[in-house]
Write a protein that binds this ligand. Structure first.
Ligand SMILES: Nc1ncnc2c1ncn2[C@@H]1O[C@H](COP(=O)(O)OP(=O)(O)OP(=O)(O)O)[C@@H](O)[C@H]1O
Ligand SMILES: [Mg+2]
Length: 463
């Protein structure tokens, strides 16, 4: 315990000598209690080893006074509890982290609410400023407008960053190629694997549908699976083979990913626990037991599943992600020849925020479109029943009838027009809106948007 040669004579060890105590006062207090009570139980002390490193020791001791007046004798049992102390400290750290993440989540919600509220006025300011800079104005006015434009863009960027922070686990999703993610992630481990005798085999299917996912989170999932496999294979055999496969499950409409190793596998009695927070079989300081917990949460959030199959030949993890429908644009357009120029087309703007509605309506009129405005989905339905429109630009969140509900009715009543809907919306990552947009295959613009983007998309869809 104190780092002495086992052959050293016991008197040389002197566990309670003054120079062994890290804190001299602790020694006084310890000896005082021992003298007063004649005994101590599980008394915690920090002592120095022969090499000056410190150990936490629990002492249970009895004091024997020498009746002849000689120095007293201490009978003591000392237990090294350094490891336990370390675990307790870690436990404190972890609960601190959890508390921290709860606080962050609460703060994140507030921030995200405020940021969303700022999106509408910012969109209005940007749209107006952009329109006005297009006019014939004097140099001073132009300078002012350009400043408004650049500052509003700066504010919009701050809002975007705030939303990224607020989401944390719900960062930006996009249509991603699972194979590309696998290649990127394996590349991160390539050097490590080469020097530690891990061979990788990958069988990545071609022509996989994309998935709507956060690429960084997917990498995180994959990286943890790969590192787990490496650690287990190396610990068991000092080498290993890692197999990565991807394929498309037609029936389930899922993109599948498999990570298999030829390590020791996961023992039966452990299998039900591996996804539990803080479950780890690794040495203190090596694993936090959070890798698979995070992976599980991320995959669930994406609407997928993660499963383990383990046997004598090693462990296999299977991860599934729903395949994205992708923009549903029929190859053979059912609509007759598109008009050569889109100007003159009839556009309906569905937006409940009056300022933004006016800005967008006016801008589209400037660009040569016939524009009408409805203040929510219900009003929009009434409008499309009486007038023919070529395109609908629609907000997602509105009172009475919101964007998705309006879209469902429109798809039934006027399927051709339903293919010409552009949604504009605030942040959607990780919300029902995101699922709706993916499934509907509609084009959409994030708020606040640039006028040029709106005009470009309008023209694109109309063509
Ligand atoms: N490929 C594998 N083969 C065998 N056992 C595994 C494998 N992957 C995970 N395990 C078991 O599951 C446990 C939990 O894994 P998890 O990734 O959650 O935590 P960890 O790897 O121990 O720690 P961390 O990921 O936080 O560093 C591991 O400690 C290990 O016992
Ligand atoms: Mg891990």
């Amino acid at each position: 315990m104190f780092g002495y040669d086992p052959a050293a004579s016991p008197p040389a060890v002197r566990p309670f000598s003054a120079d062994r105590f890290v804190d001299p006062q602790a020694r006084e207090a310890f000896l005082a209690e021992l003298t007063r009570d004649g005994a101590v139980a599980d008394y915690l002390l920090r002592l120095r080893r022969a090499d000056e490193a410190t150990v936490w020791v629990e002492v249970t001791a009895t004091l024997h006074q020498d009746p002849d007046g000689g120095p007293p004798q201490i009978d003591a049992i000392l237990r090294d509890v350094s490891e336990r102390r370390k675990l307790e400290d870690r436990g404190r750290d972890l609960s601190h982290q959890l508390l921290q993440s709860e606080k962050m989540a609460a703060l994140g919600q507030t921030v995200s609410g405020v940021a969303h509220e700022l999106n509408n006025p910012l969109a209005t300011i940007l749209t107006w400023a952009e329109r006005l800079t297009g006019r014939d104005v004097d140099a001073g006015t132009r300078r002012g407008l350009e400043t408004i434009l650049s500052e509003a863009e700066r504010a919009a960027k701050i809002v975007r960053n705030l939303l990224t922070f607020a989401r944390k686990r719900n960062t930006t999703r996009a249509l991603v190629d699972v194979n590309a993610i696998v290649r990127d992630t394996l590349a991160l481990r390539a050097y490590e694997q080469r020097v530690s005798n891990v061979t990788t085999i990958d069988a990545l299917a071609g022509g996989l549908p994309q998935v709507f996912a956060d690429p960084n989170q997917m990498k995180q999932v994959l990286l943890n699976l790969v590192i787990n496999a490496e650690q287990e294979m190396l610990a068991a055999h000092g080498r290993g083979t890692l197999v990565t496969r991807t394929w498309y499950d037609d029936e389930a409409e899922m993109v599948m990913l498999e990570i298999s190793d030829d390590g020791p596998g996961v023992p039966d009695e452990v299998q039900s626990k591996i996804f539990d927070p803080f479950f780890t079989t690794k040495a203190v300081g090596k694993g936090t037991g959070l890798g698979l917990t995070m992976a599980y949460a991320i995959v669930e959030e994406h609407g997928g599943q993660i499963r383990l199959r383990s046997g004598a030949g090693g462990a296999s993890f299977f991860v599934s992600f729903p395949a994205a429908a992708g923009p549903r644009r029929p190859v053979a357009a059912p609509v007759p020849l598109p008009p050569p120029a889109t100007a003159g087309s009839a556009v309906l703007v569905v937006e409940d925020e009056p300022a933004l509605a006016t800005a967008v309506t006016d801008a589209l009129r400037d660009a040569g479109y016939e524009v009408d405005h409805a203040e929510d989905g219900q009003a929009a339905l009434e409008r499309i029943r009486e007038t023919r429109f070529d395109l609908v630009i629609c907000d997602l969140k509105m009172p009475r009838l919101d964007g998705p509900a309006f879209f469902r009715v429109l798809s039934k009543e006027q399927p051709a027009l339903a293919r010409h809907v552009v949604f504009v919306t605030g942040d959607v990552a990780g919300t029902d809106a995101e699922r709706f947009l993916t499934e509907s295959g509609c084009r959409w613009l994030p708020k606040p948007f640039r006028l040029t983007d709106l005009l470009r998309v309008t023209e694109d869809v109309l063509r």
